[in-house]
Ligand binder design. Structure first.
Ligand SMILES: Nc1ncnc2c1ncn2[C@@H]1O[C@H](COP(=O)(O)OP(=O)(O)OP(=O)(O)O)[C@@H](O)[C@H]1O
Length: 369
C-alpha cells in the first residue's frame, strides 16, 4: 500500500513541516516505512488534489497528514467525491490516516487522543497516531457527513468529519479567519466569540432522527447550532458535544447542540436588552463546554437563573441522522455555514441539508488511534 505524506506548512503556528522533518520522517524510516511521496501544500485545495491524483493509481492509501482540521476536510472531501465518481467501476477506496496535529485546534486528533494538561505541546503526544500506525494498532472508521448548500450556481456538496454549524459558531469561524495572522493560536476564537455573543439568528431547523426518519421541527431564534459526526470537542479542552464520548453511538449519527434563547423564561422578547441579558447565559454555556462539557447538565430556574437542579435544560442536545437549516431570508448572518472550519454562504431563499453517509455510500476513511 503506498505511503503518502501530506504536510501543510502554514497551519497552526507554521512549524508543522519542521516537526515532520525532525520527528516523523526519521521515526517512519527507522521502522522501515519508506515514504513514497511527500506533498508540501502550496495553497488551499492542494491536499485534496494530491489525494485525487493518488486515487487514480490505487484504491488503498496510507496517508500521513500533518495539518489541522481544515486540510483534513479537503482530503476527506476529495476522497469521497473521487469515490463517488469511480463508483461505476465498483472500486472501494480505503484511506488509512496517520495524523500529526500541527493545526490550531486539531479537533479530531484531540477527540481521539484526549489530552491531559500540558500534553498538547509534547512531541510524544503529537506522535500518538504515528506510534499507533507503527505498532499496527487498530483504526477507527470515521463517519462522513455530507452537507448540501444552496448557493449561487446551484447546490454544492461539502463533506466533513468534524463539525457542521451555523449561528454563533459559524460567525466565530468566519471572523476568526481575519485574525489568523495577528493571533495564530486559539485565543482568536474567544475574541470572535465575544464580538458576536449578543447576536441571535433567525431560521428553522428540521432534525431527521436516525433510522426512523422522524422529523423534529425547531423554530428560532437561535443563538447556537452545531452538529459533530465524530468528535466530542472542537479544541483540546472545548467539549461541546461530550455525550459523543460518554455514550458512544452505535450507528452513523451526529450529536447536535442547540441553544434557543426564548426557552429561557427570563427572556421576554428579542430586544437589545434581552440579547445582552441572554449573553451571560450563552457565556455560561460556552464556559461549561470548557469544564468537561458541564453545559449539557445546566438547567434554567423559574426566574431564568442558571445551574439549578430543577427546570429545563439550557442546551437542547440531540443525536440525529441529519438536519436541514432554513435561514430567515432577511437575516444575512444566519446564512453563514461552517463545515470543519471552512465557511460557506447559503443563498437567499435557500437552505443547507446535512446527513451522515452509510458505510456503503462512501470510501472507508479510518484513523490510526
Ligand atoms: N501553502 C499554503 N498557503 C496558504 N494556505 C494553505 C497552504 N497549504 C494549505 N493551506 C490552507 O491552510 C488552511 C488552514 O489549514 P488547517 O485548517 O489544516 O489548519 P488550522 O486552521 O491552523 O487548524 P485547525 O483547522 O485545526 O484549527 C486550509 O484551509 C488549507 O487549505
Amino acid at each position: 500500500m503506498p505511503l503518502l505524506l501530506v504536510s501543510n506548512p502554514v497551519c497552526g503556528n507554521g512549524t508543522g513541516h519542521q516537526f515532520v522533518q525532525q520527528h516523523v520522517v526519521p521515526l517512519l524510516e527507522a521502522a522501515g516505512h519508506k515514504v513514497d511521496k511527500v506533498v508540501v501544500t502550496t495553497e488551499p485545495g492542494h491536499a485534496g488534489r494530491a489525494m485525487a491524483d493518488e486515487m487514480q493509481q490505487t484504491t488503498e492509501i496510507t496517508l500521513v497528514l500533518s495539518s489541522g482540521d481544515g486540510t483534513l476536510q479537503e482530503v476527506v472531501d476529495a476522497c469521497t467525491k473521487n469515490h463517488w465518481a469511480a463508483c461505476r467501476s465498483n472500486r472501494k477506496f480505503v484511506i488509512s490516516l496517520v495524523m500529526i496535529p500541527t493545526g490550531t485546534a486539531n479537533a479530531l486528533f484531540s477527540a481521539l487522543f484526549p489530552p491531559t494538561q500540558g500534553d498538547v505541546d509534547l512531541v510524544a503526544y503529537k506522535l500518538k497516531s504515528v506510534k499507533a500506525f507503527l505498532e499496527g494498532s487498530h483504526t477507527i472508521p470515521l463517519t462522513l457527513a455530507v452537507t448540501s448548500i444552496e448557493g449561487p450556481g446551484g447546490p454544492r456538496d461539502v463533506i466533513g468529519v468534524v463539525v457542521t454549524s451555523t449561528c454563533l459558531h459559524a460567525s466565530i469561524l468566519h471572523d476568526s479567519e481575519e485574525l489568523r495572522h495577528e493571533i495564530p493560536d486559539m485565543s482568536r476564537f474567544k475574541i470572535a466569540a465575544a464580538n458576536n455573543i449578543t447576536r441571535w439568528y433567525g431560521g428553522k431547523v428540521n432534525f431527521l432522527a436516525a433510522r426512523s426518519g422522524h422529523v423534529y421541527i425547531y423554530d428560532g431564534p437561535f443563538e447556537y447550532f452545531l452538529a459533530t459526526p465524530n468528535v466530542d470537542r472542537l479544541e483540546p479542552a472545548f467539549q461541546i458535544t461530550p455525550l459523543k464520548s460518554r455514550i458512544p453511538p452505535e450507528d452513523k449519527t451526529m450529536d447536535a447542540v442547540v441553544v434557543r434563547p426564548l426557552r429561557d423564561k427570563a427572556i421576554q422578547g428579542s430586544s437589545e436588552d434581552d440579547r445582552k441579558k441572554f449573553s451571560n447565559t450563552a457565556k455560561a454555556i460556552l464556559m461549561g463546554a470548557y469544564q468537561q462539557g458541564s453545559h449539557v447538565d445546566m438547567k434554567y430556574g423559574d426566574n431564568g437563573a442558571m445551574v439549578v437542579a430543577e427546570g429545563e435544560y439550557m442546551v437542547e442536545y440531540l443525536r440525529c441522522g441529519g438536519w436541514e437549516w432554513i435561514p430567515d431570508d432577511d437575516d444575512a448572518a444566519a446564512h453563514l455555514l461552517c463545515v470543519d472550519g471552512a465557511i460557506f454562504r447559503i443563498e437567499r431563499g435557500g437552505k443547507a441539508s446535512c446527513c451522515t453517509l452509510e458505510e456503503h455510500e462512501g470510501p472507508l476513511v479510518r484513523v490510526y488511534a
